[in-house]
Ligand binder design. Sequence first.
Ligand code: FAD
Ligand code: SF4
Length: 512
Amino acid sequence: MNAIRRLCLVLGDQLSFDLACLQGLDAERDRVLLVEVMEEASHVPHHPQKIVLIFSAMRHFAEELRQQGFQVQYVTLDDPQNTGSVPGELQRWQAQTRAEEVHVTECGDWRLEQSMKDCGLPIEWHADSRFLCSRDEFAAWAKDKKQLRMEFFYREMRRKSRLLLNDDGTPVGGAWNFDADNRKALPKGVKAPYPARFSADTITREVIALVKERFASHYGAVDNFDYPVTHAEAQELWAYFLDYALAGFGDYQDAMASNEPFLFHARISAALNIGLLDLRQVCSDVESAYWSGSVPLNAAEGFIRQLIGWREYVRGVYWLKMPEYANGNVFGNSRALPEFYWTADTKMNCMRQAIGQSLEFAYAHHIQRLMVTGNFALLAGIAPSEICEWYLAIYMDAFDWVELPNTLGMVMHADGGYLGSKPYCASGQYIKRMSNYCGDCAYKVTESTADNACPFNSLYWHFLMRHGDVLRGNQRMGMLYKNLDRMTEAKQQALWQRGQMLLAKLDAGEAL
Ligand code: FAD
Ligand code: SF4
């Protein structure tokens, strides 16, 4: 084999034609390398649909690169020579091609990036320009700040991108944030559109067969895989959302409903995270929809805030704070993750719905993740490492840079409040207000200490009581502690006892 000039590695979440390390490639002298490896597919028990998505999208991307004239080296999972790890494959192909240069774009996972940095190859690293805010830019913004706040970062990103700004630089509508207008429950009779679905082609069917054989022990359904695996399909999914659901996203962003897995959500996160959609284009489409009058401001601003606010913010925090960030455990939690997170076998209807659809579609929307499965893990004192592993495994869109800060920081408050100013703890009342789950539940949301009382209620007060030392000093928790202090001693005792009993059940491996 003739020596080549540049070997350019493209990872499974880097399937963008404008990826930094793909620029300036020479079709004759350079080669693109894509590798399916066991280490990445199994370091946590990823949902089978997530593995299907990544391998199928990689195979389609490799085909498209070949059609554009690139030389592509593609290593399949079942290649007998496959070393099983990304650094192993990089070393193998550098040796075989005698490449003069090895080029890689920044990874989405600290562990993987570190393993490549440690593998002894002189890699030329490229910044991941698919994000609006680079790692360095975020570090400069965060410098000397004791506590970070997403809201202020978001305003910077609005100014930088000039999205939804008036000519004088002020925000359209007179405010930066219309969060308060994003919190309606779903009224009876309002039906959400089912998102566009995509049927499996030959490549995807082959990958499904491979995944069924090699990852049979992983939790989650695989046969109903209907997700986009090419840029063109992802664009269709996106166009469908713009036409049919974005307008409703504004009002119903935080709503939940039984047997409504997607509501008015875009379901684009996985496509965006692996590079099938482009952040800047998505934001500009949303802004255009607003200017054209087809969607209200609370929808356009709310959607753009999630993307250039939260999504960029959590990535910034991740790269600023890793690897120590992953060890955060400010409440000292050690409880094992209950088995029902993997089976949905629980009498709590909200949990059954959120976990059930996660197993079925590798998807739950934000409020289900934050206020149902996440809230329960927070109140029940689950070990952060266990709940983080679950989120990383179960969702199609889960990559370490986005999953870890959302779970460990936003949900579990395990970073001591670095990412968010207070824990998003809530009783069953919040779930009742934002969903129709409680009507079909074996538990009673109006009860706190009775035998059939909603577990979220007593666990919520138990959480506040057991972590008063950490949380009482937090101004934003003041009202909650005032409510607790107003209760009679007997009421507090009863809540504590019920909370203790529920936690003991979890410790004994019983489902609730
Ligand atoms: P929509 O509700 O339609 O929102 C639009 C887009 O905004 C999303 O596609 C996503 O790209 C972005 N977005 C919204 N909120 C966030 C956020 N908090 N962080 C980053 N991006 C955001 N998102 C992931 O992409 N991967 C994850 O692994 C992930 N883990 C999460 C874990 C927990 C505990 C929580 C609370 C949230 C997590 N999120 C994660 C954020 C959010 O839940 C998903 O991005 C969203 O549900 C994806 O569905 P959608 O495309 O229909 O989003
Ligand atoms: Fe969930 Fe409690 Fe409502 Fe049941 S009663 S659905 S457990 S919030």
